[in-house]
Design a protein around this ligand. Structure first.
Ligand code: C5P
Length: 296
């Protein structure tokens, strides 16, 4: 067996998230900005004669055939004539159903890793198509950007330079939120798409965490906090620790905050304690994970 290709699959936060309309397909048109965190799963992919296997270290992720890592690997293997198979090992560190994009990031990492083993035979634009078929957030993780403005279902992106890394804190409550369910709650409250005023964003608005902190919020906050009032409580407790930026992650349930200094983040950890939530100190990330090198 050859050496495995190893990739870090980083978590994301949504700097802001607006839901604009429901498509007839049931999906929603959104506008958002994604940013990577240092927190990451680890994927190792090794070439074998045939088939696809996945071994997960961490929480139970459900049926292997539905795992985005397995589906991503099969897409690349099918596109390159199934000349070989892959044995994959995934170490899960990103909490699931928290809005941190862990599964999507794992899927994007698998696309790149298996493509590297195939000598990068699948061109970048086709890999992005595969990413969009796997899920709305997967193209961001596959794009090689650390920060991007995104629209459509989240798969159309404008990549922008990320501000210098700052200390971050992720608060993981015991409750989990399913994304389809959170969108269904939005549908219940918005039988007609809400009227939105015009918006004019300066490129500078995404250049520092201070200016990012002054941007609009996440539409899921009011909806998800309405269903789970304890999450509003968590958000308010994190906001009271003085971060430059604080938001619900995607459709929840995690709350993320960014601090100017490590000491401020560490003080926040002390103040919040571990009662009622798990705390994960991390950093924001200014560069995407390096691409794997092609191997034979
Ligand atoms: O695209 P992804 O598979 O990650 O989406 C999971 C679910 O979230 C979809 O089945 C859909 O119900 C909802 N969704 C949506 N609009 C988006 C993204 C996701 O309604 N833009």
């Amino acid at each position: 067996m050859s050496e495995p290709v190893r990739l870090a699959a980083h978590a994301k936060v949504n700097l802001f998230l607006r839901i604009l309309a429901r498509e007839s397909s049931g999906y929603h048109q959104i506008e958002t900005a994604f940013a990577l965190l240092e927190l990451a799963d680890e994927l190792a992919v090794q070439r074998i004669d045939s088939g696809v296997t996945l071994d997960v270290e961490g929480p139970d992720l459900g049926p292997v055939d539905e795992n985005l890592v397995v589906r991503a690997a099969r897409m690349v293997l099918d596109a390159t004539g199934n000349r070989f198979g892959v044995s994959m090992k995934l170490v899960k560190r990103i909490p699931v159903r928290a809005g941190l994009g862990g599964g999507s990031s794992d899927g994007a990492a698998a696309l790149h890793a298996v493509n590297a083993l195939a000598g990068n035979a699948v061109p970048r634009h086709e890999l992005l198509h595969f990413a969009a078929r796997l899920g709305s957030d997967v193209p961001f993780f596959a794009s090689g950007a650390a920060l991007a403005l995104a629209w459509g279902r989240g798969e159309r992106q404008f990549r922008v330079p990320a501000p210098a890394p700052l200390p971050a804190l992720i608060a993981i409550p015991p409750v989990q939120v399913s994304t389809p369910e959170a969108y269904a709650w939005w549908d219940e409250l918005n039988r007609e798409p809400p009227a939105r005023g015009p918006v004019s964003l300066d490129a500078d608005a995404l250049s520092t965490w201070g200016s990012i902190g002054r941007l609009g919020g996440n539409d899921f906050e009011a909806i998800v906090f309405g269903k789970h009032p304890e999450l509003r409580g968590l958000y308010e407790r994190v906001a009271a620790t003085g971060p430059v930026w604080v938001r619900l992650c995607g459709s929840g349930s995690a709350v993320a905050a960014v601090y100017k200094k490590e000491g401020e983040r560490d003080d926040a950890v002390q103040r919040l304690g571990t009662r009622g939530q798990r705390l994960i100190p991390t950093m924001t990330r200014a560069v995407a994970a390096p691409a794997p090198t092609p191997r034979d």
